[in-house]
Structure formats: structure tokens, C-alpha cells
Design a protein around this ligand. Structure first.
Ligand code: DP6
Length: 326
């Protein structure tokens, strides 16, 4: 009746930006990401409580945060045949929410796997991925480790929209992701609102969808041959294109700040001097640098020289992992 699961956040190399169904969280396009270790969220779910309780990082969750968790728990109760009562969920991340990395992706992935386990359901990454998706789209890519592709799917009920692992974490152990925290402030426009605004008002949106969809198989092919330069170039152009569709929204949406652009400029200069380093950028000002093990220390120094207040060096992470069952 009780299970504890650890999951890693993920960084998209081909981003998810925009839903075709807001309620079921179905994307307009496929995306591809990589899980980040050692960052993680650990979540415990226990059925049999007096009422539903949701605790995240030591606080009782309220409003939409609580609703999203209850939605996942409700789906698990349905899958288990309605015999389960209220649940207590306790979740804790080992990295600051202010890191600008969505801890929600790791949190909902851990929740989906833990809740199914606590309910006595047979482990199934595909079903868990769809469950995690109901909490947050990008969470469907954190159920399995390594490199995961979220296939957009075609069906209206979302039963073909889930992430599949293309390569596990051991496929490319030398790859490094260096998170450069330039600004710890909460972003002004959350991804959920920003992507909706972009879908509704950006004239470039259709072009984004078409391009991102075509980039996913190219990214898979590049990952297959572990070509860092090709991957870096693809990740950068995809990030620029996601941000370009957002710049073109009305009113415009800009997640970058001067320090973001300063770092990007510096990175280009270092690249001209032969350093293999590229970046990607989610809906916030903090870039994630892509490099290899031989250059991760230099990448950290580059980030700090550009004003990073904190830097987190990451390696490809593994699957969501069962830590305990009671
Ligand atoms: C820019 O998964 O946080 O990080 O589905 O509304 O919860 P919701 O959004 P979320 O959006 C992530 C957007 C992104 C790109 C990505 O991770 O693919």
C-alpha cells in the first residue's frame, strides 16, 4: 500500500512547446530529452489515509499543484478498479526549485511510478509515462532514464501519447550537461501559460510544429552515432526556434535576459577557439551547456565567468527507481 520512488528531471534537446489538448496534456509535436543525474525527486505514496494529503518539499500543496497530483492519484485508483481509498503523498526534491529546472517533471514521474506500485499494479513504463503526462507533459519523459522520445500520438484520448526510451543512460556516458544558474528568481510566465499563449497568438507556431517534429528522428540518428557537435548544433537551433515562436507571440514572450545572451556570446567565442560546448534553454533564463567529460570543468568556469551564481554538473540519469515498498 506504500511505495517510494526516485526519478530524475530531464532536459529537452528537441522541446515540447504547445498542446493540442490542454486537459489531457497532448502535445502538437514530439520531443526528445535526456534525464539529468544526480538531480532527483523522491516521492512516497501511501493509500489508506483518512483523506488525500499532498506534501511537496515540506509544504502542504494547494490549488493547481494539489489538483494535478490528485488527478494522477485518481487515474491510478481508476486503473486499480476503484478499490483504493485516499492517499498520502510526500515528495522532496534534492535540488532548488529556483534552479530553473522543472522539478515537476521528476516529481510527477516519481509520483506515477510510486502510486502504481503502492496500488499493487504491475510495473509498466508506457502506462506510467501516460500517467505522469497527466501531471505535466515533460514528466512523461522522466519515467525512463537516458534519452527518451515523447511521441505526440494521433488519438484524441491520448492512449498513444507517451515517451519511449531510445537509448539508456549508459549509451553515452561521456556526455555532460552543465546547468548554469544565472538567475534564481521564479520565472514570470510559467511554461504552461507561455506555451498556450504562443499556440494562440504566434504566427510562427505552425512552422515550429513542423520543424520540431522533423528534428526528432535527426536527433535520434545523431545520438546513435554519438556526434557531440551535431547534437549541440541541433539542440541550439531547436532552442532558438522555440524561443523565436515565443518572441513572435502577441504580446511577445521573452524568457532570456541580458546575462543569458552574454553567456551565449561567450560560448560562441570559446567554440571558435576549439572548445566543444553548446547550449539549450527552456522557458527561463538559465542555459544548460552540452559538452563532454573532458570539458565539463572548463564549461563550469565559462558559466561562472558569465555570472552564474550556481552551476550543477550532470551526467545522463537512469530510470525512475523503486526505493522502498512497505
Ligand atoms: C520548455 O512540461 O512544464 O521545458 O505540460 O503544461 O506541465 P506542462 O508543461 P511542462 O513544459 C515544459 C516546456 C519546456 C520544454 C520541454 O521540457 O520539452
Amino acid at each position: 500500500m506504500k511505495a517510494t520512488v526516485l526519478a530524475h528531471p530531464n532536459i529537452a534537446l528537441v522541446k515540447y512547446w504547445g498542446k493540442r489538448d490542454d486537459a489531457l496534456i497532448l502535445p502538437h509535436q514530439s520531443s526528445l530529452s535526456l534525464t539529468l543525474a544526480p538531480l532527483s525527486v523522491t516521492t512516497t505514496v501511501e493509500f489508506g489515509a483518512a483523506s488525500d494529503q499532498v506534501e511537496i518539499n515540506g509544504h502542504t500543496a494547494k490549488g493547481s499543484e494539489r489538483d494535478r497530483v490528485l488527478r494522477v492519484l485518481e487515474a491510478v485508483r481508476g486503473e486499480a478498479g476503484g478499490k483504493l481509498g485516499p492517499a498520502k503523498m510526500v515528495s522532496r526534491g534534492d535540488f532548488p526549485a529556483s534552479a530553473g529546472l522543472a522539478s515537476s517533471a521528476a516529481g510527477f514521474a516519481a509520483l506515477a511510478v510510486a502510486a502504481r506500485e503502492a496500488a499493487g499494479l504491475k510495473a509498466d513504463p508506457k502506462v506510467a509515462s501516460m500517467l505522469a503526462r497527466l501531471g505535466s507533459g515533460s514528466a512523461c519523459r522522466s519515467v525512463q532514464g537516458g534519452f527518451c522520445e515523447w511521441r505526440r500520438g494521433e488519438r484524441a484520448d491520448g492512449t498513444d501519447s507517451y515517451a519511449v526510451q531510445r537509448f539508456d543512460a549508459k549509451h553515452w556516458p561521456e556526455l555532460r550537461m552543465v546547468v548554469a544558474i544565472l538567475n534564481r528568481d521564479e520565472k514570470e510566465v510559467k511554461s504552461r501559460d507561455g506555451m498556450k499563449h504562443t499556440v494562440d497568438t504566434s504566427p510562427y507556431y505552425a512552422a515550429w510544429v513542423k520543424d520540431a517534429e522533423a528534428e526528432v528522428p535527426r536527433a535520434v540518428e545523431i545520438l546513435q552515432r554519438k556526434d557531440l557537435q551535431a547534437l549541440g548544433e541541433l539542440a541550439e537551433r531547436n532552442a532558438w526556434r522555440m524561443h523565436s515562436t515565443a518572441f513572435a507571440a502577441d504580446p511577445p514572450l521573452c524568457y532570456m535576459n541580458p546575462a543569458t545572451l552574454g553567456l551565449i556570446q561567450h560560448l560562441r567565442e570559446q567554440r571558435k577557439k576549439g572548445m566543444p560546448v553548446w547550449f539549450t534553454l527552456d522557458a527561463g533564463p538559465n542555459p544548460v551547456l552540452l559538452t563532454d567529460a573532458a570539458h565539463e570543468v572548463a564549461a563550469e568556469a565559462l558559466a561562472r565567468a558569465c555570472g552564474a551564481v550556481d552551476v550543477i554538473r550532470c551526467v545522463p540519469g537512469g530510470d525512475a527507481e523503486l526505493k522502498g515498498e512497505h
